[in-house]
Design a binder for this molecule. Structure first.
Ligand code: ADP
Ligand code: ZN
Length: 677
């Protein structure tokens, strides 16, 4: 989950404690209470084992007087303590205590210290002779050993209590008393559980996830399996244990995972990767174990791990750097657990991350998170759909135009849009309105743009225009050059680290000719060329293009012998770390010059072509600003059919263009992470 959503009241309710309440556990609180009561009883009752009445401390003289007056019923001397107890005859209780039996109990006594056993003996036998005392004098040893032990241990007990209290505080965070997190629970997983009839049952289905058609289609299989596992296992089929949702924050990855659970009607465990790793060593691994144990009990179910990169980042094999042992042992445990349960156990793990490329390769291996589902920022139409979902609970007035809203929010994620809707409602409420109007939404958009500009890639109108011109430049040139890769889709929705992106269908070929390379280079430079020609400025947006072009040019000249001045020479050096260049200083200069010349030529060529096709380019850019995504058909409408039909295109003619898309996203002109080197 992301913090952008915090201000949204109806959003994700924090259901941290829910899960713990479900687990059977001995309530240690009651044990403490019982122990405390027992100790308290022993402490207060300990001294009175021989009587259950009131007592009174008197001097020895007073004691003697009482005995002389014939009040004594029984006399017990304790030699260890040097005290004597005299139990008072019932008829004299009032004389001694000035209170009735009902107050003092049946056996009240007075207690005094006696000077010596001999004196006491003498006195008692004297009184017996006189007939003042008819009972017996008995001696008794102290039997308060228990109390002595208790008092010796008391400081220790206090320390233990304090320690437990602190540990509990520390372990449970805000968990408080009821949770009893603490020392007994640090190894427990903190997973939130959403299940049928559960405390925070919230039925999210695919209906609640707007857009994301291809992602939904991919998870559909998981839903089918969870609903009817037998159908698959009977045929001997294997279902993936894990799916990785890859996409920027706020695009609905959590929502999608929840929707899968909702559609399949199974419990949903959700936990953030950072929850596994805490200050105690070994906690992460035991939390992973605990999570899987719980999940197996509830199977079929879904485990969702948000921000898996917190645990799943590639392990360092650099001993010098040390690495993070705690994280690594957590990751190892996760891998072990994923291997440990069979494909048919009914537990499916979905994990979310912003960057799949930093994850440990072991996590992505077959049988673990072997499929990646891309969840991208919504385009115009998808944003419209997201708005529709989030406008449902809001009272809007007629002036509102969803189309316009979607247009005004390029680069917003689903979470940003949810935020806009909520913010607009708050603004309207502040102004005491009956319904939320257009201007409230505009104000909300402004506010979100202001707040988020640094965090996410929210575009201004002008930037959007520039990106459209840039991308249209690529598209125009690649369409109009014979050997450039045919274009499939162009978008100006930010994606990964790139601003816009264009997808091409690379030819399936083993060797590439110089013409093909030059045409591609020209198309790659088309972005920057269009910016220069039509905005008058050049921007940082072309950096990745230039990097690719430069590398390509060096490759062509130094390794492939494709320049006129250095023909048929390959200076490829296998040993990456050698400082020695296999050519002279003058050759190095020549290479640099040739590279400059080649790129300059292609840049001029791109500009010429763009000027020639400026009408088409403008139409394309306008269409991009309007729709944000355009496909080959749209380009074809503007420039007409390409006269050169390649083999790959022929193959494609017989298929649905759309369905071929996901696998063919190979050449993303903008993102160096995805571009082939
Ligand atoms: P992520 O896990 O990708 O960071 P979330 O699933 O937590 O994003 O999304 C946060 C919130 O944004 C959701 O609760 C939902 O309100 C909203 N949201 C995001 N994407 C969508 C979408 N495609 N349709 C509807 N709401 C969405
Ligand atoms: Zn570009």
């Amino acid at each position: 989950m992301d913090e952008q959503n915090n201000s949204q009241p109806a959003g994700n309710t924090n259901n941290n404690k829910n899960n713990r309440n479900k687990m059977p556990r001995v309530n240690f609180t009651w044990i403490y209470v019982v122990i405390a009561i027992a100790l308290g009883y022993l402490f207060f009752a300990g001294g009175e084992q021989d009587g259950n009445g009131t007592s009174k401390n008197v001097t020895y003289t007073v004691f003697k007087q009482y005995v002389e007056q014939g009040y004594a019923n029984k006399i017990i001397a304790n030699k260890d303590e040097g005290t004597v107890k005299m139990f008072v005859k019932p008829e004299h209780i009032r004389d001694v205590f000035q209170a009735g039996v009902e107050k003092t109990g049946k056996q009240p006594f007075v207690q005094a210290e006696y000077p010596s056993a001999d004196k006491l003996d003498e006195f008692v036998s004297q009184q017996q002779e006189l007939g003042n005392f008819t009972g017996e004098l008995s001696y008794k040893r102290s039997n308060d050993t228990f109390m002595q032990v208790f008092w010796n241990l008391f400081p220790l007990l206090v320390i233990i209590f304090v320690w437990m209290f602190i540990m509990r505080r520390m372990g449970s965070g805000s968990g408080g008393f009821g949770g009893m997190g603490g020392i007994f629970n640090v190894g427990r997983s903190r997973a939130k559980l959403v299940e049928k009839g559960g405390e925070n049952e919230s039925k999210v289905t695919f209906k609640d996830v707007a857009g994301q058609a291809s992602a939904k289609q991919e998870v559909q299989e998981i839903v089918e399996f969870l609903k009817n596992p037998k159908k698959f296992t009977d045929l001997g089929g294997k279902i993936p244990k894990g799916a990785l949702l890859v996409g920027p924050p706020g695009t609905g990855k959590t929502l999608l995972a929840k929707a899968v659970a909702g559609e399949a009607d199974v419990p949903f465990f959700s936990m953030s990767g950072s929850d596994f790793v805490e200050m105690f060593v070994g906690v992460g691994a035991s939390r992973v174990r605990d999570l899987f144990r719980q999940a197996k009990e509830k199977a079929p179910c879904i485990i969702f791990i948000d921000e898996i990169d917190a645990v799943g980042r590639a392990r360092t094999n650099n001993a010098m750097m040390g690495g993070n042992d705690e994280r690594e042992s957590t990751l190892n445990q996760l891998l072990t657990e994923m291997d440990g349960f069979g494909t048919n156990s009914g537990v499916i793990i979905m994990a979310a991350t912003n960057r799949a490329d930093i994850l440990d390769k072991a996590l992505l291996r077959a049988g673990r998170f072997d499929r990646q589902i891309h969840v991208d920022l919504p385009d115009l139409n998808e944003r419209k759909a997201v708005f529709k979902v989030h406008l449902q609970p809001i009272k809007v007035d007629e002036s509102l135009d969803i189309d316009l809203l979607a247009r005004q929010t390029p680069g917003f994620s689903g979470a940003d849009i949810a935020n806009v809707c909520n913010e607009a409602a708050l603004i309207a409420a502040r102004h005491g309105k009956q319904a939320v109007g257009k201007e409230d939404f505009i104000a909300a958009v402004d506010r979100i743009v202001g707040g988020l500009e640094k965090k996410t890639k929210v575009m201004t109108e002008e930037e959007k225009r520039t990106i459209a011109l840039h991308e249209a430049g690529h598209a125009t040139i690649s369409w109009n050059l014979q050997y450039a890769n045919p274009l499939i889709k162009v978008t100006i929705v930010p994606r990964g680290r790139a601003l816009g992106a264009a997808w091409y269908l690379p030819e399936e070929r083993q060797i590439t000719t110089k013409e093909q390379m030059l045409d591609e280079m020209c198309a790659t430079l088309g972005g920057r060329a269009a910016e220069e020609l039509f905005t008058g400025h050049i921007s940082s947006g072309a950096m990745n293009d230039l990097e690719r072009v430069t590398k390509q040019a060096y490759g062509m000249i130094a390794y492939m012998g494709m320049s006129d001045n250095l023909p048929n020479l390959c200076y490829y050096n296998q040993n990456e770390y050698s400082w020695q260049r296999p050519y002279s200083e003058s050759t190095a200069q020549l290479i640099d010059e040739e590279v400059k010349k080649m790129i300059a030529e292609q840049y001029e060529r791109a500009k010429r072509l763009l000027l020639e096709k400026r009408e088409g380019h403008k139409a394309l850019a306008d269409l991009l600003v309007e729709r944000e995504v355009i496909y080959a058909e749209d380009v074809e409408k503007i420039f007409g059919k390409r006269p050169w039909v390649s083999r790959t295109e022929e193959l494609l003619e017989n298929q649905d263009t759309e369905s071929a898309l996901p696998e063919k996203e190979e050449e993303n002109t903008e993102s160096p992470a995805q571009a082939p080197s």
